[in-house]
Design a protein around this ligand. Structure first.
Ligand code: UDP
Length: 239
């Protein structure tokens, strides 16, 4: 382990729920502020950063469809929710002196740039934190799949999934107190054991493109930087 970051470029996936804090809806300014501080700290340590934000704190297509809405319309609302979260994160980052750009997978020119891969890479090379909004731009996908896709597209050395648990367990630790945490797993093991790490499309994309993934607890301040220094926080999934 060293004080120098072990990664050159990362893609961080934050779920919408990560922004809610203790609330059951929306964005907690304190929580988003702390996450922005952590992202800026990593950027200052010379790591290039792309971020994919979910929208589950506002809308999910599946949930809307369950209450009677057309699924595609619900997914469009879910994607727009991720745009709102990305705008809020960009604002929090810039209020703290960082530089951020929101790039959307659906065209929404008055509020965000389009996601164009070469431009995205240019932003991150220039030290800006690129926030990739609207998931993949397609219904029936999730922001986990978008995170895997963007990680591969921008050539990240590591995909990080920030959650409220400290890694992947043999079973749900909330319901099975004897569940144990994996330090490391292969993608094939994740698929064979049907472990709920990310959706299958995201896992398959990471496996096929050799993208390592670390699942960690974002509620512990400083964890992101610990991972950058090479500390074995959470669970690592790789081929
Ligand atoms: N969504 C979509 N296509 C995508 C990504 C997201 O249709 O490529 C929609 C989908 O309805 C999803 C919602 O946006 O439920 C919010 O994303 P997600 O559920 O992945 O957010 P998270 O659980 O990470 O907060």
């Amino acid at each position: 382990m060293s004080d120098q970051p072990q990664y050159r470029r990362i893609l961080l996936k934050l779920s919408g729920e990560a922004l809610m804090g203790e609330a059951d809806y929306g964005i907690d300014p304190k929580v988003i502020g702390r996450l922005a501080d952590e992202i800026i700290a990593v950027r200052k340590a010379d790591v290039e950063v792309g971020v994919v934000i979910g929208g589950g704190n506002i809308f999910r297509g599946e949930g809307l469809a369950a209450s009677g809405m057309d699924r595609v319309t619900g997914d469009h609302m879910g994607m727009l929710a991720t745009v709102m979260n990305a705008l809020a994160m960009a604002d929090a980052i810039e209020k703290r002196g960082g530089y951020a750009r929101v790039m959307s997978a659906i065209q929404i020119h008055d509020v965000a740039e389009d996601f164009i891969r070469r431009r995205a890479i240019r932003h991150i090379e220039k030290g800006r934190i690129a926030l990739f909004a609207a998931g993949t731009g397609n219904p029936f996908f999730t922001t986990d799949s978008a995170a895997a896709l963007r990680a591969v597209e921008i050539g990240a050395d590591l995909l990080l999934k920030a959650t409220k648990v400290d890694g992947v367990y043999t079973a749900d630790p909330a319901r099975h107190p004897d569940a144990t945490r994996y330090d490391e797993l292969s993608y094939d093991e994740v698929i064979q054991r049907n472990l709920k790490v990310m959706d299958t499309a995201a896992i398959a994309l990471c496996r096929d493109h050799d993208m390592p993934l670390r699942i960690y607890d974002m509620t512990v301040p400083g964890n992101l930087m610990r991972i950058m220094r090479g500390e074995p926080v959470g669970t690592l999934v790789r081929n």
